[in-house]
Design a binder for this molecule. Structure first.
Ligand code: NAP
Ligand code: ZN
Ligand code: ZN
Length: 347
């Protein structure tokens, strides 16, 4: 067992604190990763604040992890010491069910093992990436191309794949009109990736405060959702809407923006239900859908796509002691556009 430095939540209301966590001894198929950067996802905040259900405190969160391979088990063949690697939202799955066999481990019918707060195979609770080291089965470790700046690579492991997967599944590309709701961590990656896929992209943000950034990320249009005229002007327009908002939104208003056969995909995960008025779906034969992260092979595909296209998240690197303040800024939609913890400040 390896005892390593970490940051943990001890309750839904107390600030996160420095502590240590235990990492298991390296099994034959395990990889020990020395973590360099860990992104702060809004899911970390929903989780530690108990918004999604019971939390096994103390809990170390973080599922946007990049670092170097420090040691490998005897049977590891996919990764070598020194490789630059990443870990996202899951660290294992059953590998046998229909969905796992289809490469959709995120939808494992027995439930994937989440990077934090999940029951691991050895009966312990998994602990995430706000930590100096992690031990992960090699099949759930991704190769992070050197072309992606180190500190910017971490958010791809959740924000990147969570937006890439639905954009790819619903065929964002030349000739399609895509709207992205919410320009935060996920939203700004949705814009960059959809633009790289060739789609015509509109940002729907609460205000016009980040308009210059949105246009610089490649969006062709940027509208404020606080202005009711936006919903009138854009009605029946989009083939695909990616909703990244962490709170409930007025579904009737947003569904009204879909053209014939259009789809609104919610990747945002507010604790409260989204109310979908069925008559808003009847018009234009619209679809309301959800999507969860992406499979391991698809995550590798996304990393390689971003490296090839020169796409990287916009990050603000912080020290370990600034995490609580960063959480407050994320909650205030004051993030440009992902906080990333420099894990060297935890050593
Ligand atoms: P984030 O950085 O906080 O971005 C969310 C954005 O939503 C904010 O920047 C803001 O954008 C907008 N927003 C926030 N509160 C709002 C409100 N009350 N009304 C309207 N708009 C609001 O969060 P994130 O890390 O991108 O995560 C977004 C959501 O996705 C979270 O719920 C997270 O748990 C979820 N998530 C889901 C998956 C999945 O697999 N499906 C994966 C990762 C994260 P503007 O300032 O532009 O309005
Ligand atoms: Zn996440
Ligand atoms: Zn499975």
């Amino acid at each position: 067992m390896l005892t390593v430095n970490a940051i943990a939540a001890t309750s839904a209301t107390d600030p996160l604190v420095r502590t240590t966590v235990e990492r298991r001894d390296l099994g034959p198929r395990d990889v020990l990763i020395e973590i360099r950067y860990a992104g702060i996802c809004h899911s970390d905040i929903h989780t530690v604040r108990g918004e999604w259900g019971t939390v096994p405190y103390p809990l170390t969160v973080g599922h946007e992890i990049v670092g170097r391979v420090a040691e490998v088990g005897a049977e590891v063949s996919r990764h070598a010491v020194g490789d630059r690697v990443g870990v996202g939202c899951m660290v294992n799955s059953c590998r046998e069910c229909e969905n796992c066999r289809a490469g959709q481990e995120q939808y494992c019918l027995k439930g994937n093992v989440g990077t934090y707060g999940s029951l691991d195979r050895d009966g312990t609770v998994t602990q995430g990436g706000y930590s100096t080291h992690v031990v992960v089965d090699e099949d759930f470790v991704l190769r992070v191309p050197e072309a992606i700046p180190y500190e910017a690579a971490a958010p791809l492991l959740c924000a990147g794949i969570t937006t890439y997967s639905p954009l790819a599944h619903w065929n964002a590309g030349p000739g399609t009109k895509v709207a992205v709701v919410g320009l935060g961590g996920l939203g700004h990656m949705a814009v960059k990736i959809a633009v790289a896929m060739g789609a015509e992209v509109t940002v729907l943000s609460q205000t016009l405060g980040k308009k210059d950034d949105g246009l610089a990320f490649g969006a062709g249009d940027y509208q404020a959702t606080s202005d009711p005229a936006t919903f009138e002007a854009l009605k029946n327009r989009f083939d695909l809407i990616i909703n990244t908002v962490s709170a409930p939104i007025d579904m009737a208003a947003y569904l009204g923006l879909l053209r014939l056969n259009g789809t609104l995909v919610s990747v945002g995960a507010p604790p409260q239900p989204l109310e979908v008025p069925v008559f808003a779906l009847f018009r234009n034969r619209r679809t309301f859908a959800g999507s969860s992260i992406g499979g391991i092979a698809e995550t590798q595909e996304m990393l390689d796509f971003c490296a090839e296209r020169g796409i990287a998240p916009e990050v603000e690197v912080i020290g370990a002691d600034a995490v609580n303040e960063a959480y407050e800024r994320v909650l205030a939609s004051d993030v440009r556009y992902r906080f990333v913890i420099d894990i060297d400040t935890l050593r």
